[in-house]
Write a protein that binds this ligand. Sequence first.
Ligand SMILES: [Zn+2]
Length: 308
Amino acid sequence: MDDVYCFGGNPLDRVSERRDDSDWIIELLDDSQTRVLALRDLKPFIRGTTVPALDWHPVAPWRDRIDGGAPLIFLGLGDGRAHFAIDAAGASVAPDVDIERLDVRALAPTIAPGEAAILAEARSLLDWHARHRFCAQCGSPTTMVSAGWKRRCPGCRAEHFPRTDPVVIMLAIRGERALLGRNRRRPGSRFSCLAGFVEPGETPEEAVRREVREEAGVHCGRVRYLAAQPWPFPSSLMMGFLTEALTEEITVDPEEIAEARWFTRDEIREMVMRAATGPDDPSRVSIPAPVAIAHHICRRWSSGLDSV
Ligand SMILES: [Zn+2]
């Protein structure tokens, strides 16, 4: 059984083959069982503060906005009912709607894992629509079709699909030591796996070798895939790898990395335990919390579950 990390494990059946059936979508929106998740500024409405949960509403309070053309996405079927997301940008809040909203990154680890995955789906799609209102081919305004899973250009007939950006994130291993880097943009003593976008015309394995060489000057050989995680900020797919380092000397890319260092397996195991149990102590080196796949790559290697 694969490990599933935060934002993975979406329980909804996306029923992608019926997204173009507009009569069926209208039927779903007329069903009193159907639920809508509203996001404003990409933050969801929630209920409960000590144990927060997504605040799913019936369609009725959002009917006027739906009829007015607000971005609406069919997320899928689950628990015998349809689930939609709506962009509540600029909306005066419906009368019976809780107005509390939380940032997705902070909220995700505190809600049920399946809900975090649904939230990732909703956030990535609504963000994509907000940023792709014009045709990349001819510049005309585009319209949302296929229940939110496509945009079509009335000018040149081009179709545009939501994008997912592949990112490789990896731990380079040299015997009993592994390479972690500290990003220039992140202050403090937080180290993490090196990472970077896969470029056009490149396999993930090639991207792993290129990124480790560019960011830390270390040459790598074998590459082994571990697991992936959707990361909806805005639409990355984090693909986790171990890779075998063939060289040891570190030369960092100062544009990206403030410092890179070899850590022993014991040191990483200890950082994993601290990151899993509490907030960062800024005076000590640390790794990301379990919300991030970097944590699990470090955990799996340092506890001996995986080797290159
Ligand atoms: Zn066009």
